[in-house]
Design a protein around this ligand. Sequence first.
Ligand code: SF4
Length: 888
Amino acid sequence: MSEAVSTTCPYCGVGCGVLVSPDGSGGITVKGDKSHPANLGRLCSKGTALAETVDLDGRLLQPEVDGVQTDWDSALDAVTSRFERIIAEHGPDAVAFYVSGQLLTEDYYVANKLMKGFIGSANIDTNSRLCMSSAVAAHKRAFGSDTVPICYEDLEQADLIVITGSNLAWCHPVLYQRILVAKKNRPAMQVVVIDPRQTATCDIADLHLQLRSGTDSILFNGLLSWLAAQGATYQRFVEQHTQGLEEALQIAQWYAPSPRVVAEHCGLDEALVQQFYDRFAATQKVVTLFSQGINQSTSGTDKGNAVINCHLITGRIGQPGMGPFSVTGQPNAMGGREVGGLANQLAAHMDLDNPAHQELVGRFWQAPNLATSAGLKAVDLFQAVERGEVKAVWVMATNPAVSLPDASQVRRALERCECLVVSDCMATTDTIGYADIKLPAQTWGEKEGTVTNSERCISRQRAFMAPPGESRPDWWMVCEVAKRLGFEGFDYAGPAEIFAEHARLSGFENQGERDFDLSGLSDLSVAEYDRMAPLQWPVRRPGQSRQRLFADGHFYTDNQRARFIPVTPLPPGQLPDADYPLALNTGRVRDHWHTMTRTGKSPRLSGHIAEPYLAVHPVDAQHCGLDDGQLATVSSRWGEAILRVNVCDTQLPGQVFAPMHWSDHFASAARVGSVVNPLLDPYSGQPEFKHTPVRVTPYRAAWYGFLLARKELRPRQATYWSKAKRYGLWHYELAGEAAPDNWAACAREQLGEDGDNAEWRELYDSTQSTYRGARVVDGRLDAVIIIGADYHLPPRDWLAALFKKDRLEDAERGRLLRGTPPKGQEDAGQIVCSCFSVGVNTITKAIREQQLMTPEAIGEALNAGTNCGSCVPELRRLIAEVKAEPSA
Ligand code: SF4
């Protein structure tokens, strides 16, 4: 085993440090880096399973032009000539880049420099637009700069943490774990969760405000009024360091004059609102952590400002244990913001519409053609592509055909696009299928660069594997095209040189009037860059890093005063109506990431939730005629998806929830983006992923089934399918609208040709329209298929576990077609603890029989929950369920 390489996890914005040890034959082991300040050695389930995601399956390894594999020179010449022609004929705004928070800062920097400085258009936007652009806009309005004032340690030092619009336990699990431990050590610490859903994060909540979706501005306006009324205003801070309180307060008092009015609007109990307000007013050290539930809204910027207003009036900012805290979704969303990767930013936190900034950046880059007005933001960009106004797009490291709202519109745009270039590490994304030119990109573990996490901490991502095939880093591709276009200033020897230039620009004529400043890193040698330890910006001098900003009360507005923003609460862009009576909310599940191109490779991660689902409150399920476990069509004015119904009371009535991860690669019709409305926040351009009016109807198929097989297959005759990779097998869920004439033939057709040693067990019942078949090859289970006329089918987990065995026992063979274990064996059930593969049935039985009444007791008995801790909220839920069982 080689020496461990220190790098960072490629998933969420927590930015955990990992130590990776290659085994010399393509495999790796991964553990948390105890020296990294973000995680201090912890990892969540996704980080822990990284070793299962580094194979070369599905990789794009060779450039392709118009469907023909070619070499790099030809591919780059093709990109250059097509972009050049379109720019010559239609101007620079006819081309665009759509990039990603998965890129490294160095990739981002050169892409932005090429588009804004040299091509002369600001048409470069990023998928971070979908995630946190409302927080950026809110920061800029309040602070005059896009500054996150806080650090992770503040979460441990706070006496009250307000978590709003974030299922932190699943989406930023290591931050959640840090809070959990802090609360255990200091039980007086209070946690308030504000969320229309009862999520795993509520497990640590002293107070959960399950407010009506979209009413956050009223709740925080009410808090502002209450703080003023209770004398909680920090008068000296407000007078010396802020402006605009009176107007903001007037509006807040008008819309939210009392906890009673707030409670009515938000659908909350008045006493709960009162408790929240009292705790906030009485506690000095308060952190308000906000995320996509605030940002992904047609009034997301206002909601962010409503939160920030409450910290400004109390002066709770810039000091240990306090401040507003926007957590970012992606590993390098912050790096993208730093280089100006959004269509309305310039570079190094400078503004496109500021003539002094234009002049400065233009001079620094020696840019011949600097863009001076904002480009098209993500949703507008793909609408312009469909209209034919933008004719060439280069998509880097993202999958807009799945992830953007109204995703079917995006597909029409990609189809229509005259020249679509996609640089990606995967050959099979939903987007790359439309590409005219495919460029094989290096991925995590192969490329070198930096990322910035949610607390402004810059870390090196380091390579630990040789790049496969012809794959290259994105920065190299961009620079090669820039040089071919005849531009100077793109001749970099490597990412260290790019980073140094990025650092120099941040400090260029910056006398402290711009927040983002890496002057202290401008002269890093390649060796120093390689060794660079994590550090938080600003870094004005070598070795000088800052945990918090605004401690001195100086902000980056013209008069250095922070601005209160008056917030007029607005309803969601479209309200449910008679045709579409429910509101769809979308988000993440615990063990998957984005469109699953990486996590979909991991059997460990797919064991937790193997199929796309729709969470529905029992009252709505009854109205819609839905049963738990059946399939349903969820449709909006923009599109539809077919999902498995999960009836649960964690939803409020009137609201349904679906995860965002499933693409056409993993399911036939589960792209939730195609259902989501494309309405936008007017300031940030961020789409409203949290609120789309929908209707839900039962999906009635003629047959339902599941298939477990060692080989990856193409489901046939199925109008619905989803697939998940599990240990030693692929798991398919199936349904078909037309009943097969011959059930056995239908089943066997799914599985393909039998080998010589295939041995079949089959059961067909024509009266019940059921077919069950199992194929055993050389004593090992090779495939099981079970089809029935309804969706009540045997459990899958015991059958799936048999695929780990080299030889089936006779008793197991005898039970194959029933799908239940023989006496003496257990069906572990759906995986709860991914790290140790512990299933729900095993845990529930142990709770009952061994009286395990704490997650610690379960951990001692079964190991579950003792590694990453991501499943601890589910362990608590299972304990509560067992406790609630009627005694025998
Ligand atoms: Fe990766 Fe999990 Fe850390 Fe996020 S919390 S960076 S997904 S290990």
